[in-house]
Ligand binder design. Structure first.
Ligand code: SF4
Length: 374
């Protein structure tokens, strides 16, 4: 097995077995894990406390039954799964769960958590251009920090926070580099591997993830770039999984050359910058700098233009919109983006992501026809 294959295999294992990653961390450090609900949370605080931040992004193929008692059938697919898993006690090993509530579904879910872990809820201000928004978010972060310290029984110092911010910034920079490398080497990094590298960072200490991805990049860059005879796409949406769906991309030689997925590149888009005001203020300012996301209000609606620019920069043939079933914020952005794609002559395809289904034949047919049309 080559070193590239070995690193990918390790990251795929982590991505596929989050519970094992958490148990290993607990055995190694004697500390626990804190759940991070989508989409954005001050994860650096959890890291600074010495706990493992664990992303909570639902599960694929579970039949929804218990969650129906608490959520209407038209709540988004991912939160139906999260509620189902809560009811089954899947998150009860977490020392706490941090909730941001940028959409109505997350607001509801934060108020009816059925697990036993303590829940810490905070709000992102949506009028993000104002300095008052930064101050508001600092206050929210101070409350999150105080609750974390109380629940975990630790003190989170500014020095520890600064160290964690530097580790997270480095991880985001390395992942942005990885996105470019994956675009240049689709024969080496296929859709499944690309997703695994992103997903593993949800369940690993970022410094360990960074070291592996850096080594992966160095190994791949030592190889010659080969011409790609398939199609290239930019993908957008909340998330694009499971592997059975991504296998269809591989089958029809559709390379993912960039993404705007909430689970992937939106997590690495914005760094916490150096500057005045202390770590919490700088973390708050990162929210002000966020762009191109359905959860971060943008009255100018720049997401469509951002995606069109990505297709130009990467030479992509098209944009694939992975629409999370019943996700209101994504559904509201879509008509605006679609009109812009049409006006600029950018081909696009919308596929629905439903975490309850386990058959992807319909998506397979649509992707096959799309590739033929391209
Ligand atoms: S952003 Fe969309 S997918 Fe995420 S919780 Fe809200 S409605 Fe669901």
């Amino acid at each position: 097995m080559s070193r590239v294959e070995a690193i990918l295999s390790q990251l795929k294992d982590v991505a596929a077995n989050p519970k094992k990653a958490m148990d290993d961390y607990k055995a190694e450090t004697g500390k626990g894990a804190v759940g991070i609900m989508p989409i954005y949370s001050p994860e650096e605080m959890v890291h600074a406390a010495g706990y493992l931040p664990m992303g909570i992004w639902g599960a694929q193929g579970k039949t929804i039954s218990k969650a129906r008692t608490y959520l209407p059938a038209f709540a988004c697919s991912i939160m139906q799964q999260v509620m189902e898993l809560q009811c089954e006690g899947a998150y009860d090993d977490l020392s706490a769960v941090i909730f941001s509530v940028p959409c109505d579904t997350l607001k509801c879910l934060s108020q009816k958590w059925k697990g036993t872990s303590p829940v810490i809820v905070f709000t992102h201000p949506q009028n993000r251009g104002l300095e008052a928004a930064n101050q508001f978010l600092v206050t929210e972060y101070e409350l999150v920090k105080a609750q974390l310290e109380s629940v975990l029984g630790v003190k989170i110092s500014n020095a520890a926070l600064e160290n964690s911010i530097a580790i997270y910034n480095e991880n985001r920079a390395v992942m942005r580099d990885f996105v470019k490398v994956a675009a240049d080497y689709p024969q080496v990094i296929d859709a499944v591997s690309r997703h695994a590298v992103f997903k593993a960072r949800q369940f690993m200490l970022k410094e360990k993830h960074t070291a592996l991805v850096k080594e992966l990049i160095a190994e791949i860059k030592a190889m010659p770039v080969q011409p790609w005879d398939g199609k290239k796409v930019v993908v957008t949406g909340i998330l694009l999984e499971p592997n059975e769906l991504l296998d269809i991309f591989n089958e029809f030689k559709i390379a993912i050359v960039d993404d705007d997925l909430a689970q992937e590149s939106r997590q690495i888009r914005v760094d916490v910058l150096d500057g005045e005001g202390g770590p919490l203020y700088r973390m708050a300012k990162a929210w002000q700098q966020m762009y191109g996301c359905s959860l971060a209000t943008d009255t100018k609606k720049g997401r469509g233009r951002m995606l069109i620019n990505k297709t130009i920069q990467t030479g992509a043939d098209a944009i694939v919109v992975a629409m999370m079933k019943f996700c209101d914020p994504e559904e509201w952005d879509y008509p605006v983006m679609y009109r812009e794609f049409e006006e600029k002559g950018v081909k696009s395809l919308m596929i629905e992501v439903d975490q309850e289904v386990s058959s992807f034949e319909q998506i397979k047919t649509r992707l096959q026809s799309f590739v033929e049309m391209l």
